[in-house]
Write a protein that binds this ligand. Structure first.
Ligand SMILES: Cc1cc2nc3c(=O)[nH]c(=O)nc-3n(C[C@H](O)[C@H](O)[C@H](O)COP(=O)(O)OP(=O)(O)OC[C@H]3O[C@@H](n4cnc5c(N)ncnc54)[C@H](O)[C@@H]3O)c2cc1C
Length: 393
């Protein structure tokens, strides 16, 4: 897909067509070249590919203000299993619904997406504040869970938790002078002051938050990640705040040898305002935040100790996260949640429901019907592709 990565921006209409092979960095860069006052709400990492990312939802620091990437997709072009090139009208409403969040590699190859660009102010304010367990990180995380999903939509604060330290990182769509009184009212425990604030443009915030304070805007065009390690992720959604004593136990997990990290991203605001059935991505009203559980390793380590830690932590978290189903995010795809079984050369719907309802809740059946419409012979398949359900059956 890397050869299909043009980005064509219409700043007057506030729309863009982006090829699936573009990276998020290439998309953000092209948008900022066309207008300093427009942005696109998608993930934090500039090397992530538009094709897979949009297919599964896609969220970043603008998620509370503008929703996920797929909430801002207006049209797409798709090549189906028969080799037909289809736009939104030709693919039909069910398939257009399905490709916006139903996960990559199931319905066809999306060549390009038409997206709605969103307004951003000339100045955004970033801050990063770290607190160790000894400095009250357990209390702060307990409070963060209630505060962060209920803040004004212009303010996003997520937390990267590793070893015994919680790193609160934030983007505010406005100036430091406007942010400080808001933080003083809503989250005084963080002790934010002027020295923490870094004012910049939205496009400068992209390298700042992901690549560090010395990275330049041009660095987000680098398609190669600097990461040299292997990693595995899995995810949870939290609908009821986790008790303080459980947070203390989570820090004990993070202190173990071979421990990884936890990234918690608040929802609320725009992302939570859509009905669960608006797109296949169902994690909407009532979700407080998403958790990404993650671990890393490098050769000669084979990852067995790190993946065991991840599996054990996931089991420990079970009682403290969403239930029936235990929700998971398709873009943090985890084959340990279940793999497809093929019966008579067609993926079994019954077996796929195990993982499918975790990612899609009640939208899973509609996704399988859409798959039955566009790819009844199950040409596009993988370990967690949507199985076809035919209307007559
Ligand atoms: C470093 C890193 C940071 C991340 N940060 C975020 C984040 O901030 N927010 C977030 O929401 N997610 C994030 N993610 C998760 C990311 O959204 C998913 O990994 C996503 O699937 C990546 O898409 P890709 O095209 O780069 O990957 P790929 O592995 O190429 O694709 C993923 C899946 O989509 C399919 N696919 C790819 N292109 C197409 C296409 N054109 N048409 C149909 N199917 C296609 C593939 O077959 C595959 O099944 C991150 C991932 C990484 C590795």
């Amino acid at each position: 897909m890397a050869n299909l990565r043009s980005v064509s921006v219409d700043p007057t209409a506030a729309t863009a067509w982006v090829g699936s092979g573009a990276t998020l960095g290439e998309l953000y860069y092209a948008v900022s070249k066309a207008s300093k006052l427009l942005a696109f709400p998608a993930g934090l990492c500039p090397t992530v590919g538009v094709g897979g990312h949009f297919s599964g939802g896609g969220f970043g620091m603008l998620v509370r203000k503008y929703g996920t990437a797929i909430d801002n997709v207006l049209d797409a072009t798709l090549v189906d299993a028969k080799g037909r090139l289809l736009d939104k009208q030709a693919m039909g409403a069910d398939v257009f619904w399905a490709i916006r969040g139903g996960g990559g590699g199931s319905f066809g190859v999306v060549l390009s997406w038409k997206v709605k660009l969103v307004p951003v102010p000339p100045t955004v304010t970033m801050f990063i504040v770290t607190r160790s367990v000894d400095e009250g990180a357990v209390d702060m995380l307990t409070k963060w869970q209630e505060v962060a999903p209920a803040l004004p939509e212009d303010l996003f604060i997520n937390v990267v938790i590793a070893k015994q330290v919680a790193k609160f990182q934030s983007m505010y769509l406005g100036t430091c002078d406007a942010l400080l009184p808001l933080m003083e009212t809503r989250f005084p425990e963080l002790g934010l002051n002027k020295t923490h604030c870094k004012e910049m443009t939205w496009i400068q915030s992209v390298p700042y938050i992901y690549l560090g304070s010395t990275a330049t805007v041009e660095d987000i065009l680098n398609r190669k990640t600097s990461a040299s390690s292997s990693s595995k992720s899995t995810s949870d959604y939290v609908r009821q705040a986790i008790a303080k004593d459980v947070w203390a136990q989570i820090f004990a997990w993070l202190a173990k040898p071979d421990a990884g990290v936890m990234i918690v991203d608040p929802y609320g605001g725009k992302v939570s305002s859509f009905p669960e059935s608006a797109t296949p991505f169902p994690h909407r009203g009532g979700v407080l935040y998403n958790i990404q559980h993650m671990n890393f390793w490098s050769a000669p380590t084979d990852g067995s100790a790190q993946t065991k830690w991840l599996k054990d932590l996931y089991a420990f978290m079970g009682p403290h996260v969403s239930q029936n189903p235990r929700e998971a995010y398709i873009n943090y795809r985890d084959l340990d949640l279940g793999e497809n079984v093929v019966v008579g050369n067609i993926t079994s719907y019954k077996a796929a429901k195990v993982w499918g309802e975790m990612y899609f809740k009640d939208n899973f059946q509609r996704l399988a019907m859409a798959k039955g419409e566009i790819d009844p012979e199950d040409y596009f398949r993988n370990e967690q592709s949507i199985p076809p359900l035919l209307k007559s059956k």
